[in-house]
Design a protein around this ligand. Sequence first.
Ligand SMILES: Cc1cc2nc3c(=O)[nH]c(=O)nc-3n(C[C@H](O)[C@H](O)[C@H](O)COP(=O)(O)OP(=O)(O)OC[C@H]3O[C@@H](n4cnc5c(N)ncnc54)[C@H](O)[C@@H]3O)c2cc1C
Length: 379
Amino acid sequence: MIDFSLTDEQRACRKLVGDFAQKEIAPIAHELDEEQRHSPEIVNKYFEIGLLHYSVPEEYGGAGLGSLDGCLFSEELGAACGGVAATLGGNILGLTPFQIAGSPELKKELLTTHCSGPNLAAFCLTEADAGSDVASIRTTARPQGDEYVINGTKRFISNGGVASLYSVFATEDPQLGYKGISVFMVPAETPGVSSGKKENKMGQRATDTREVIFENVHIPIRYRLGEGNDGFKIAMMTLDESRPGIGAAAVGIARAAMEVATAYAKGRIQFEKPIAAQQAIQFMLADMAIKVDAARLLCWHAAWLHDNEHRSSKESAIAKCFAGDIAMQVTTDAVQVLGGYGYMKEYPVEKYMRDAKLHQIYEGTNQIQRLVIAKHLLS
Ligand SMILES: Cc1cc2nc3c(=O)[nH]c(=O)nc-3n(C[C@H](O)[C@H](O)[C@H](O)COP(=O)(O)OP(=O)(O)OC[C@H]3O[C@@H](n4cnc5c(N)ncnc54)[C@H](O)[C@@H]3O)c2cc1C
């Protein structure tokens, strides 16, 4: 049996986040974008409604919610501001390796503290010369007595300069390729950790994106997650889990663009009637609705598989890829429906288009998603 209905709790939480997003985020989204500003106030308020660390089990101070819940929240946040959605989603992404492979003792020590306040985490995988080719990372983790010493620089890290806890992927032996990678939790206050200058981005400008630099950073061996050399596997499991939520944020951006385009088409008079009376415009709006609905269902399906402990690598890649691609198409068409006004910053659709673009790039480009999907088809 297939049941697409949400529980009362899911509907209530979605409404809570939707109302929060429209009241606290949407009114300042343009300003955050213009000023390229991270908003700690929004993070504080999201913490106050109890959902900042929603995926963390209650015993460690989170809300103990699942991936499908995450999709509901991401869509609402994405509809208000793609950048803020990435900030809040980046926290969950940074914590996911910890949840997958952290020992109960380490979770009690670090995760409980993290979840007790409006703290953000960040996921540190990418480097200047290791983007799609994750296995080629050069950040090193050398065992020294009962510690590891980490050295290296991570690039394009969401929440890079505002996180208090990093999950850091580093190699214990570069000769081993992906088999030499381990992952560590590193508190930002550890001596030797610093962040670079803020990146000046096309979109999602409300997220703080920076280099994160590790110079002779000493951490106890117990801060390693899982066994040594498990890092690549943990990274892939993390991305399988996070991609439906990333896709859902793209669905939110696309939905918002569709809503603005629809309202505009009804009010804009040309040739003595609303442009919505033109079939060419109606078809564009209809295609937007088809794409938004299809993408949402793919995200929900992948998240449902994960929540029910089925393998979801292929479905997560499909969801992230499709949602990112349709967000780009829908936002581009929304600009078209608004004509010259769509190109101006007085209307939100040009921001949606800039924000949507990143969904084809981060958490694995959409070419890499297609490689993942093809690998599953061909294996
Ligand atoms: C704003 C922003 C925020 C980010 N946040 C984070 C973060 O929080 N944490 C983190 O670790 N990373 C983060 N990233 C990094 C992001 O995941 C990488 O940028 C992405 O994986 C692509 O890597 P790259 O930029 O090095 O591109 P490259 O890997 O150099 O790719 C360049 C182009 O070549 C294509 N390509 C590469 N290899 C193949 C192949 N085998 N087959 C076909 N095509 C291929 C790619 O699809 C792409 O089109 C972020 C990036 C951005 C821009």
